[in-house]
Design a protein around this ligand. Structure first.
Ligand SMILES: Nc1ncnc2c1ncn2[C@@H]1O[C@H](COP(=O)(O)OP(=O)(O)OP(=O)(O)O)[C@@H](O)[C@H]1O
Length: 255
């Protein structure tokens, strides 16, 4: 019974996942659960294994050993597009928009890619529907006023918001974000953090971030990685008072 209650709250879990790159162990035996509806941040110093873990969670590559479960189903090693189909979307550290297309066209491309890939037996979404849906997504990520601008001319923070808008095209239940504020000014960072909190009201969010202070205020739970191992897990308050975490992580000046 206890097990059953626990699983219904859990959207994603990893069971003893490890990742080797040749002889190098980038991740070692990570067992962790991600709660539905929560913002969970994966934090840790440079080289801790955060991006590697993110890639395992999003299906970019499989673990060397161990298992990844999404909504109770073993998804270890499933191809990337299946993750999107199941309701998982992600946005990377590197901005991934089409610079020569307008903001609105970028979103339409994302919407079209989905409608053609997954609805092969039904007619393509009409142009009018696409325009309406794209406008709605642009509103949601705060870019409606930029709809006609070429994506390449948007500020860095706006490009990242656009990328998230494109990720939302598939109506994901789980949104994975890898360092969403990388390279942003303090103002852009604040806008992005507000957007993440707002998006998390409707879906589960997991984000990777190495700036710990930044995510302390918005996360429900945190996982701390260090040298490829899970050092600690808990609420921001748990992590703040964890002596081991303080030693290896908070002591670092930048954070
Ligand atoms: N494809 C790869 N081949 C070999 N080693 C790799 C590969 N990808 C990552 N690593 C190594 O694995 C370790 C963890 O890397 P990872 O990028 O996951 O860390 P991170 O916590 O995301 O770091 P950062 O905050 O700097 O992005 C690092 O030592 C890195 O050099």
């Amino acid at each position: 019974m206890i097990g059953q209650t626990a699983t219904s709250d859990v959207i994603l879990r990893t069971e003893r996942v490890s990742k080797q790159f040749g002889k190098f162990t980038a991740l070692k035996d990570i067992t962790a659960e991600f709660r539905r509806g929560a913002i969970t941040s994966i934090i840790g110093p440079n080289g801790a294994g955060k991006s590697t873990y993110f890639n395992l969670l999003s299906g970019a590559f499989p673990p060397t050993s161990g298992q990844v479960e999404f909504e109770g189903r073993d998804v270890t090693g499933l191809p990337q597009h299946k993750f999107a189909h199941m309701g998982v979307a992600k946005s990377f550290q590197i901005t991934n928009v089409f610079p020569q297309l307008s903001t609105h066209e970028n979103i339409r491309v994302a919407l079209q890619a989905l409608s053609s890939r997954y609805n092969i037996w039904t007619p393509r979404t009409s142009y009018k529907d696409l325009v309406v849906q794209a406008d709605e997504l642009l509103h949601r990520v705060g870019l409606w006023s930029r709809r006609g601008r070429l994506a390449g001319t948007l500020a860095h923070g706006e490009q990242r918001a656009l990328e998230i808008g494109m990720a939302l095209a598939s109506h994901p239940r789980l949104l994975l974000l890898d360092e969403p504020t990388a390279g942003m000014s303090p103002e852009e960072t604040r806008v992005m953090m507000d957007l993440i909190v707002q998006l998390a009201q409707e879906r589960t969010v997991i984000l990777v971030e190495h700036k710990m202070k930044l995510v302390m205020g918005i996360s429900d739970r945190l996982l701390v990685l260090h040298h490829g191992e899970l050092l600690a897990e808990g609420t921001p308050a748990d992590i703040r008072r964890n002596e081991t975490v303080k030693r290896v992580y908070l002591g670092q000046r930048e954070h």
